[in-house]
Design a protein around this ligand. Structure first.
Ligand code: ZN
Length: 324
């Protein structure tokens, strides 16, 4: 286990944690980030003032969402001429296939409710309600906001930094150092044994009955595959051989990227560390079906990458207790 001081926002608290509503595992929401425009102030100014441009406000990891008449949920966006503009807090997020440009404005608070149905929501909730496009836009904006908020001072000389590149850079005015947004890679893996059983563990601070895949941060100088092998050994005492990449999920709480793997154990003996993981078990498909159906074991949240990994092995959507 790579322990982080803020354990509630690390990958181990992520896709499997009880009340969390994770972001959908989408390859792309169709937004071209158009990074080559970020340093072009004239282009940005023209894009900002274009009548089709859409803007939403992000504040403290939240944005306003609303349900449409058709029953879908969308980010509340406005034309730029209605937006509470401050250039210092403007993030350019990209362009959609129709040529619409999207910006987020980082503010100290969200605007007042514009109507009865708009409401503030964090990404854990909104990520599962929004379209792929809106979820991607919000994840991008929240990730930038998290980074901007915690990188106001230069890590080289300690002086103040200022925002640049439409939110994607902070520059130190004293020493000229350029600081870019960070993404912290974390591995999350479903381990299977020679009987094709799945290894699930439960963390000390999780709600009773919650079991999920193991996970942990990648360390400096370490490959993803080596991180999978190390984390499984540290947390469950299980040796792992083959490691196959499955997919990824942005997890900006505050800055992680979850990288999902399937891994094969070389021996079934379990020896949990007792520190982060208090219990780990091998589940056959029948075991899992029984445990999930009776409610003895709580499955990972439906849309998380942990759930996707377990489902990939299980072969179909995970069973849920009646009424859930
Ligand atoms: Zn500096």
């Amino acid at each position: 286990m790579t322990t982080r001081t803020d354990a509630t926002t690390g990958p181990d608290a992520g896709p499997a944690a009880g009340a969390d509503r994770p972001i959908s595992l989408t390859p792309t929401g169709g937004i071209d980030r158009a990074a080559h425009h970020r340093m072009d102030e004239a282009w940005l100014a023209a894009a900002w003032s274009h009548p089709t441009t859409r803007v939403f406000v992000v504040s403290g990891g939240q944005a306003l969402i609303e349900e449409t008449a058709e029953g879908s949920t969308e980010l509340v966006m406005m034309p730029s001429f209605d937006a509470p503009f401050t250039e210092a807090h403007r993030y350019f997020l990209g362009v959609d296939p129709a040529g619409v440009r999207y910006f987020a404005l980082q503010k100290d608070s969200l605007p007042g409710r514009m109507d009865d149905i708009a409401r503030p929501a964090g990404l854990r909730e909104a990520g599962v309600l929004l379209s792929e496009r809106d979820a991607e836009l919000m994840a991008h904006a929240v990730g930038l906001e998290n980074w901007q908020r915690t990188h106001r001072f230069c890590s080289r000389c300690g002086e103040r930094t200022v925002i640049a590149a439409a939110g994607h850079l902070r520059r130190c005015q004293a020493c000229g150092a350029e600081h870019y947004p960070r993404t912290d890679p974390a591995v999350i893996m479903l381990v299977t044994d020679e009987k094709d059983r799945a290894l699930l563990g439960r963390q000390v601070h999780w709600p009773e009955g919650r079991f999920s895949t193991l996970a942990g941060f990648v360390e400096p100088g370490e490959s993803l595959e080596a991180a999978v092998v190390r984390e499984v050994a540290e947390e469950a005492g299980v040796s792992v051989g083959g490691v196959d990449y499955v997919g990824s999920q942005p997890w900006p709480f505050p800055a992680s990227l979850m990288l999902g793997f399937m891994a094969r154990a070389t021996s079934p003996e379990i020896r949990v560390d007792g520190d982060e993981i208090e219990e780990a078990r091998w589940f056959s498909r029948e075991d899992l079906k029984e445990a999930f159906t009776t409610g003895e074991v709580l499955p990972p949240s439906g849309i998380s990458i942990a759930s996707r990994l377990v489902e990939r092995w299980y072969g179909e959507p995970l069973p849920r207790p009646p009424g859930r």
